[in-house]
Design a protein around this ligand. Sequence first.
Ligand SMILES: O=C(O)CCC(=O)C(=O)O
Length: 281
Amino acid sequence: MNPDEYRSFFEANGYLAVKGLLSPQEVAECQQEVARLHGVAAERYAAGGAEKLGDFQLEPGQKDHPGDGLPALRKMERTDQYSEVFKKLAAHPRLVEVVQRLIGPDLLLFRSTLMLKPAHQGSAHALHQDSAYWPVEPPTLVTVSIMLNDATEENGCLRIIPGSHRWGLHEWGRIAVQKEEEMVPDETKLDLSKQMLLPLPAGSALFFHSLTVHGSGPNRSPNPRNTALYAYFPATVRYVPKGTAWTQEKAFRVIAGLGGKETHTMVAEKQESGSPLSTAG
Ligand SMILES: O=C(O)CCC(=O)C(=O)O
């Protein structure tokens, strides 16, 4: 697709896949860094068990028995705080160029995460809308999931419902109940026939709107499915924390624009009373 068509495709469909965003060398560097971070997690676990893991989260069922080798991790949050590689990747010029085409020149970083699906053990993510959790209004964030391995149906590639970003924010946008490998929250009247799998080769990137209904299946394969995931937003939004998990003031890293300053601090606004999503955070 011609880059000039990115925005119109994204606005119509709520997602955009870009192949070859990272070179094979860049992918290899990221894979090495993922291995190093697993080593850090193993050291922390050895020092104090699961409680010492902090931003490293074990796969469900691994809490007491992470095994003899490296811990089976489901995700690593706030990677920009302890990984130069993933801090730098958030501002990768090709990545920034695409996000700017989608939401404009001034970009703030909302989230910097590694989503991991270890071979045979990686668990599913039930379908949900990210904006059901995030304190940004209007809900106009863009998440990018960068494939660090080939992502296939078997190892749990992302799945989305195209056009669902135009449905608005729903009560079922949160993962209400996630049973075993079930992909749909309870009380949902989602038309799953519209669900689309997005297998993509390593180095590709999938961009999606924070209202787009998305999730991923379990990893039933002998290969990992690891992705670097970032969420960006324009500074024109309001910061409206939902529940108690968010601070009144929050400094976000500036990725592009805003006069080149390093961080941009936002002050919480009260959310409208009666919001259906006002509990927990
Ligand atoms: O990477 C995945 O498998 C799912 C990630 C996801 O749904 C999320 O972080 O909101």
